[in-house]
Ligand binder design. Structure first.
Ligand SMILES: [Zn+2]
Length: 384
C-alpha cells in the first residue's frame, strides 16, 4: 500500500462563483465526505494535510505580477479599470468576494501536494480542489484564475533543480491549454492532454499539431477525441499513444489533472466514459507514477464527481473501496431501479452506431498523428 496524502481544507468551499455556476464547491466537499464515509481516511498509510495560501513569490513562478495584483485588487476595495483584459468579470470568471484568498488556498493545496511528494512524506498526494488548467500567465479563463498544476510543476522544478523530469498528464474533457502554454518551450516537462476536440468544445485548442516549440518541440502532446468517445476507444488510444510516452520519458514526477467531465452524464461535454472507464485510466497511470501529484479538475455532475474521485483515491491508496455507497451519503445520489446504490455506475451511455464508428476513426487518426509527429522525439517506433 502506498503512503498517500489527501489535501483538504474547509476553505475550498470559499471559491463559490454563485448558485448557477457549474464549478460548485460541493463537488469537492461531497467527494471528501464520500471518501470519509467509505472509511478511506482511517487507514494508517493515509494522512490528511491542510494547505496554507500560496504566496505572491510562488504565484509569480507562472503568473505576471500585474495580473496577480488585478486578482487581489477587488477584495481590497480597489476597482479594476479594465477587468476584461485579465479575463475577469465574465460569466465564466465573475469577480466574487474573497476570490484572491480562495484561489491562493487552492494553489497552496497543489503546492503542498508537491512538497509532500518531493519530501518523501507521501508517494502520492491528491488535491481534489486543484487542476485549474485553463488559467493563463496574465488572464483568467474557463473557471480558472491561478494555474495550480503549472505552479506545482514549476515548484517541483525549482525545488529539485535542473535535470528533474516532470510529466503533466491531463485527462479532463477540456484541453489543458494553460499548462501546455507554460511549458511549451521546454523539454524537461512533457505535457500530455487527452480531451474532446477543440472543434466541439472550449477552449478550442489542443490539436495534434501543437507539439511544442524550440527546445520543447515534441514535448507537448495532444490527443483530441470526438464526441461520443466511449471507454473502449479512450482506453485504446491511451494505451497506444500515452503509455509508450510515459515509459520512454521516465519522469521523476507525474502530475495529473483528473477531471471527470469525460463522463457520459456530464452536462458540459460530449464524451461518453463511465466511472469504470475513468478508473481504468487511473489504473494505467498508477504503476507509472511512483512520485505522483494528483489534482482534481472538471466534472459538473455532482452525483458523478464524488464517486469517481473516491474510486480514484482508493486506487492511489491501493485499497479496495466498498462496492456500495454508505448509507450516510446515499441521499446525495439518485436511486435507481437496479438495486442498491453503488460507487461505480450501474448503467452506461447509449451511443448511436454511426457516432461510435466516427469516434473510433477520430481516435485512430489522433493516435496515428501522435506516433508520426511525437514518437520520433522519444525514440519510439512511429508504427508506419
Ligand atoms: Zn473540463
Amino acid at each position: 500500500m502506498r503512503q498517500t496524502a489527501l489535501i483538504h481544507s474547509p476553505r475550498f468551499a470559499e471559491y463559490d462563483l454563485g448558485p448557477s455556476h457549474p464549478l460548485r464547491p460541493i463537488r469537492v466537499s461531497r467527494a471528501h465526505e464520500l471518501m470519509r464515509a467509505c472509511g478511506l481516511l482511517e487507514h494508517d498509510h493515509v494522512s490528511l494535510a491542510t494547505p496554507s495560501s500560496a504566496d505572491e513569490e510562488t504565484l509569480a513562478l507562472i503568473h505576471d505580477r500585474d495580473y496577480i495584483e488585478a486578482v487581489r485588487a477587488p477584495g481590497e476595495g480597489r476597482a479594476l479599470k479594465r477587468p476584461l483584459d485579465y479575463g475577469l468579470g465574465t460569466v465564466d470568471n465573475p469577480i466574487v468576494a474573497g476570490m484572491y484568498e480562495a484561489m491562493t488556498v487552492v494553489a497552496g493545496a497543489s503546492l503542498l501536494a508537491a512538497d509532500l511528494v518531493i519530501d518523501g512524506k507521501a508517494s502520492v498526494a491528491f488535491n481534489p480542489s486543484g487542476g485549474l488548467h485553463h488559467a493563463h500567465r496574465a488572464r483568467a479563463a474557463g473557471f480558472c484564475i491561478f494555474n495550480d498544476p503549472a505552479l506545482a510543476i514549476a515548484h517541483i522544478v525549482e525545488r529539485c533543480g535542473e535535470g528533474v523530469k516532470v510529466v503533466y498528464l491531463d485527462i479532463d474533457a477540456h484541453h489543458g491549454d494553460g499548462v501546455q502554454e507554460a511549458f511549451y518551450h521546454r523539454r524537461d516537462v512533457l505535457t500530455i492532454s487527452l480531451h474532446e476536440s477543440g472543434r466541439y468544445l472550449f477552449p478550442g485548442t489542443g490539436d495534434v499539431e501543437e507539439i511544442g516549440e524550440g527546445e520543447g518541440e515534441g514535448f507537448s502532446v495532444n490527443l483530441p477525441l470526438s464526441p461520443y468517445t466511449n471507454d473502449e476507444v479512450y482506453l485504446w488510444a491511451f494505451r497506444e499513444a500515452v503509455v509508450p510516452l510515459l515509459e520512454a520519458f521516465q519522469p521523476d514526477f507525474v502530475c495529473t489533472q483528473l477531471g471527470v467531465d469525460t463522463h457520459y452524464q456530464d452536462p458540459l461535454t460530449h464524451l461518453c466514459l463511465t466511472t469504470q472507464g475513468y478508473l481504468s485510466i487511473v489504473n494505467e497511470i498508477a504503476p507509472r507514477a511512483p512520485k505522483w501529484v494528483a489534482m482534481g479538475g472538471g466534472g459538473y455532475d455532482v452525483t458523478v464527481v464524488p464517486r469517481a474521485w473516491t474510486l480514484a483515491f482508493a486506487r492511489m491508496m491501493e485499497v479496495d473501496p466498498p462496492e456500495l455507497i454508505p448509507e450516510s451519503e446515499a441521499h446525495h445520489y439518485p436511486a435507481t431501479n437496479e438495486g442498491p446504490l453503488t460507487l461505480h455506475d450501474s448503467a452506461g451511455p447509449k451511443i448511436d452506431e454511426d457516432w461510435a464508428r466516427l469516434a473510433r476513426e477520430f481516435a485512430e487518426t489522433s493516435v496515428r498523428e501522435i506516433k508520426q509527429r511525437i514518437f520520433p522525439f522519444h525514440d519510439l517506433p512511429t508504427g508506419s
